[in-house]
Write a protein that binds this ligand. Structure first.
Ligand SMILES: [Zn+2]
Length: 185
């Protein structure tokens, strides 16, 4: 099975487990710009939102506001698929086997080029400039130096070794499956 299809199968399954409230929360937190279509189109043209694709603008255009219909379902699948960026093919395979014990296919396709988190050293963030200020799902380090993290990288690394996040406060935000998802340096 091709990597994208594997991600989509998992995404659709995850959405089936979600309540409408959870879905609306995702739409409202991640697609807040629904209310300002013209503004967002201009901003995308100016390059302010490099991660919003043409396809996504098309969906925004067709959807009056974040409420649950077929279009927003497409958006939610897109969002859940996006959360599986950079994960290994083996992780996708294990996940699909969890959903269906009879699943025996191999997953093929190249992992999206990922950046290395300087703290936990997993390939868990976007590559290069796209990864500036990304927050690592494995350890919660923000890829912007000591400043935004309010600690030194050395402290964060030590904490990650000790209990699995850059500090105790961030523990509840790290992805519990993070260490299984990404390649390690
Ligand atoms: Zn990390």
């Amino acid at each position: 099975m091709e990597r994208y299809d594997a991600k989509k199968t998992i995404a659709i399954h995850e959405l089936k487990q979600m309540s409408d409230k959870e879905k609306l929360d995702i739409l409202e937190h991640n697609y807040w710009f629904f209310g300002d279509k013209e503004g967002i189109k201009e901003s995308v043209q100016e390059g302010s939102y490099p991660k919003i694709s043409e396809a996504m603008i098309e969906i925004i255009d067709k959807t009056p506001k974040p409420f649950l219909n077929d279009e927003s379902e497409t958006l939610l699948v897109d969002y859940q698929v996006g959360r599986l960026k950079h994960v290994t093919n083996l992780y996708l395979q294990i996940k699909l086997k969890d959903l269906n014990p009879d699943f025996k296919e191999e997953i093929f396709g190249e992992i999206e080029k990922a950046g290395l988190c300087p703290c936990c050293e997993y390939f868990s963030i976007d590559y290069g400039e796209d990864g500036f200020y990304d927050i690592c799902p494995v350890c919660f380090w923000e890829n912007g130096g000591d400043g935004p993290n309010h600690m030194t990288l050395a402290e964060a690394k030590m904490n990650f070794q000790r209990f699995g996040a850059i500090d105790e406060r961030s523990l509840k935000y790290v992805d519990i499956e993070g260490v299984k998802k990404y390649l390690k340096k």
